[in-house]
Design a protein around this ligand. Structure first.
Ligand SMILES: C[S@@+](CC[C@H](N)C(=O)[O-])C[C@H]1O[C@@H](n2cnc3c(N)ncnc32)[C@H](O)[C@@H]1O
Length: 213
């Protein structure tokens, strides 16, 4: 968003993030996260891990957890939350579009509420495919452009101010289309609603995809 923005509102945004989402998490978002992450296994990469809302929700089948997050203010909180939970997770400051990992080095990659914010979602999906082993799984939980044209129009109207207040988040991004155009084979994609959230970010897609050989 820019250096001055990042040092001021970006910093405040990361400090307020957990509190801002608390009611939504408790009303069902946390359960949606848990159901999404239930399919994770092996070496797992959480991309754009934020403050660590997914920590503690990963199943036992996850042998090793790596957290990638480019924002230093978010990363500070992520480190603290991982330490508080006694989790052994590697934390790497890196953007989704340029992951500092070798090809085919993960079994699972995760995006939760991230593909709305990354600068280049198609590049981010291509990078996730690159670092996954053949047959590896992508798990996603993302708020998306509405299928209802009236709500989509409101998402377009609100997009600019929403992006400014929410640290670069695009409430009107067509992530379902980006997933369709990605190197992944979709296994499941459920349309759901984010509870207790502003209408422009209520439509959600949740599911999994496979990286073909
Ligand atoms: C709405 S937060 C979601 C955080 C977390 N995944 C969650 O589920 O709560 C969006 C996150 O995406 C991160 N982000 C922004 N640009 C990114 C990029 N290019 N690559 C990876 N993460 C990015 C932000 O720093 C922020 O932590």
């Amino acid at each position: 968003m820019g250096r001055i923005y990042d040092a001021t509102w970006g910093r405040a945004f990361s400090a307020l993030y957990d509190r801002a989402l608390k009611a939504t998490e408790e009303a069902g978002l946390r359960e949606m996260r848990r159901r999404t992450l239930a399919a994770a296994s092996g070496r797992t990469l959480d991309i754009g891990a934020g403050t660590g809302a997914n920590l503690g929700l990963y199943p036992q089948a996850v042998a090793e957890l790596v957290l990638a997050e480019p924002d230093p203010h978010m990363t500070k909180r992520l480190r603290r939350h991982a330490a508080e939970q006694g989790l052994e997770a590697e934390i790497v400051e890196a953007p989704a579009e340029r992951l500092p990992f070798p090809d085919a080095s993960f079994d699972t990659a995760v995006f939760t509420l991230v593909l709305c914010t990354v600068a280049d979602p198609r590049a981010a999906l291509a990078e996730a495919a690159r670092v996954l082993k053949p047959g590896g799984k992508l798990l996603f939980l993302e708020h998306v452009r509405s299928r209802d044209p009236r709500l989509a129009t409101w998402q377009d109207r609100f997009a600019r101010p929403w992006r400014f207040v929410n640290d670069g988040c695009n409430c009107n991004r067509d992530t379902a289309a980006n997933l369709d155009a990605s190197p992944f084979d979709l296994e499941s994609l459920e349309h759901e609603r984010m509870p207790k959230a502003p209408p422009v970010v209520r439509p959600v897609v949740r599911g999994s995809a496979t990286r073909t050989a």
